[in-house]
Design a protein around this ligand. Sequence first.
Ligand code: ASP
Ligand code: MG
Length: 243
Amino acid sequence: MLYVQKYGGTSLGDAGKIQVAARRAADLSRQGYKVVLVVSAQGNTTDKMLAQAAKVNRRGAARELDAYLSAGEQMSAALTAMALGALGCPAVSLTGPQAGIYTDGVHGNARILDVDTSRIRRELNEGKIVVVAGFQGLGPTGDVTTLGRGGSDITAVALAAWLRADKCQIFTDVDGIYDRDPNIYPGAQRFGRIGYEKMLSLARNGAQVLHDRSVELARDRRITVEVLSASTGEPGTLVCNLE
Ligand code: ASP
Ligand code: MG
């Protein structure tokens, strides 16, 4: 049984949180499951990087910006793999290109076209947890491309699809999907399950929990996506086929 587990930036915001994610994956691995972790850049790293970049080039240099921003996720991935190593759990971090994620090459807003899963499979078969840097892939010119803000969700669903994972879990700073923003409306209701189309309209109308393109991909490839709290790991919301 294969798990794809994705952690957002807030859920990896400090060393303690990285250890929580690592421990959860290590527990699964010890029980005999295969685990692929997908990670975002820590905290507001990407915002800070964008501000840095704007200081040196305000007009934007798409290729270099992607080279720069993709490093945020790569740092997170390496740190997470180190945390796993400290737990005695064999792990390897991979960049999007190393993980075999191929995109259409549009800098800053690339689409995933294909995933060559052979490297990930090889590492999994050697008993390692594979930690993949989210939000990036390799374009046709051989350059790294990023998938757009919040794009690590797309990486997770794509890997679940191409690897035919049994579970695709998105760990985040909320405990599921609500019908309204629970921070604003105290009466907001959490869904136990939500269909793809309804989730898509929430995502397109500004719900930040899942990138809308990750929901489209989940719908098209019939991937059930579980959204749950990174701190508790308690069951949250299943995004699935309800039609
Ligand atoms: N780090 C990127 C962002 O902040 C991608 C992601 O977090 O999913 O947009
Ligand atoms: Mg997000």
